[in-house]
Design a protein around this ligand. Structure first.
Ligand code: PEP
Ligand code: MN
Length: 365
């Protein structure tokens, strides 16, 4: 992974002080009708949910899908806010959407995954926000591709437009051939974002990662175990009839039950036994680092040998043999082949880089 620059900015929480962690945003993928919005919102509010989400403009991957009802749905969200007291959130993709939402009193605007992948669109939204003195809170979903810089760049554009209440949403990344989930989690990316943007409020969207109702809970549980600040989850009063993302939505009752179950698993993260195990992990990591450093030194020694003997940096048969033997050896001791291939190819890439530097004479020999 590249080395990312740590942003020296100070962000505020996108949520009001009266909302407690873990922050839960819930509501339908799309606002479809006034009755669907109000019915879902009432059930969620009765269950103690404080922030309601619903898409007003829906970016569909292929034409012909339900594209949202647009402006009339903003009145329904305003009605949810007035009658239930919940804060309301919706997605914006253009300056016009943002302006309309601010005028309608929408509390939280989120930038969707397709929009955060597009710096022109994000800049247009940022420019619009800079024209409004009373800025809404913002959530920036990760871009569809696993590109951390693009995600950070979107946050930066909004921050530079004067927004301070900005959070991030991890909703997984498009990938070809992902076997289980709709969007591959790549959990290390939101972790790296948290390191690069210290203090950012980090939510997980298990609905869009899972893509399937029966997998939402396990993704939500993982996110809570990884100390995310909250969840944004899709919930529809009649999921089977939903006009978008029907397969991944939960009824309000299912969602509330799930949160109760999750609550039981989110307490007590610090005790002596855990501290002891963490210390052991720290020591193992130290050994791993020193083994890696020794391995790289040896690669460089081989590089010098190859240079003297006029050999190339990579011998494909050696690479293939190395992968095959390590993967089967690793499997025998309980390591997954996928994991091993990732680690081994990263180690190999670094070794080749070092040897190439030696062969091209860029490094002291
Ligand atoms: C959504 O939240 O309904 C949505 C469209 O999300 P994403 O941008 O993550 O696909
Ligand atoms: Mn959706």
């Amino acid at each position: 992974m590249r080395n990312f620059v740590i942003m020296n900015i100070s962000l505020k929480s996108p949520f009001n002080d009266n909302v407690e962690k873990p922050y839960i945003l819930a509501g339908p993928c799309s606002a479809e009708s006034r009755s669907q919005v109000m019915d879902t919102a009432r059930q969620l509010a009765d269950g103690g949910i404080k922030i309601f989400r619903a898409g007003v403009w829906k970016p569909r991957t292929r034409p012909g899908g339900f594209e949202g009802v647009g402006l009339p749905a903003l009145d329904w969200l305003a009605e949810v806010k007035a009658t239930t007291g919940m804060a309301v959130a919706t997605e914006v993709a253009t300056a016009a959407h943002s302006d309309a939402c601010i005028r309608a009193g929408i509390d939280i605007l989120w930038i969707g995954a397709r929009t955060s992948a597009n710096p022109f669109a994000v800049q247009e939204i940022a420019d619009e926000l800079s024209r409004h003195s009373d800025k809404p809170a913002l959530l920036v979903k990760n871009p569809v591709s696993p590109d951390l810089n693009l995600w950070i760049g979107a946050i930066q554009r909004l921050y530079e437009a004067g927004a301070e209440r900005i959070g991030a949403v991890h909703r997984g990344f498009s990938s070809y051939g992902e076997p289980l989930y709709r969007n591959r989690p790549h959990w290390s990316i939101p972790f790296e974002l948290r390191r690069c943007v210290p203090g950012i409020t980090m939510l997980c969207d298990p609905s869009h990662i899972a893509g399937r109702r029966d997998l939402v809970e396990e993704v939500a549980r993982k996110a809570m175990a990884m100390d995310f600040d909250g969840l944004i989850i899709e919930s529809h009063c009649h999921p089977a009839e939903a006009l978008s993302d029907s397969a991944q939505q939960l009824t309000p009752a299912e969602l509330l039950d799930m949160l109760t179950r999750l609550g039981r698993h989110t307490t007590g993260t610090s005790d002596a036994e855990l501290d002891g195990m963490r210390e052991r992990i720290d020591r193992l990591d130290e050994s791993l680092l020193s083994i890696l450093a020794s391995r790289m030194e040896l690669s460089e020694e081989i590089g010098r040998y190859k240079k003297i003997h006029g050999m190339s940096a990579v011998q494909p048969h050696r690479y293939n043999a190395l992968m095959d033997t390590r993967v089967s050896e690793g499997e025998r001791i309980g390591l997954s082949p996928d994991f091993l291939r990732q680690i081994l190819s990263a180690i190999h890439e670094e070794s080749v880089k070092r040897q190439l530097a030696i062969l091209s004479g860029k490094t002291q020999e």
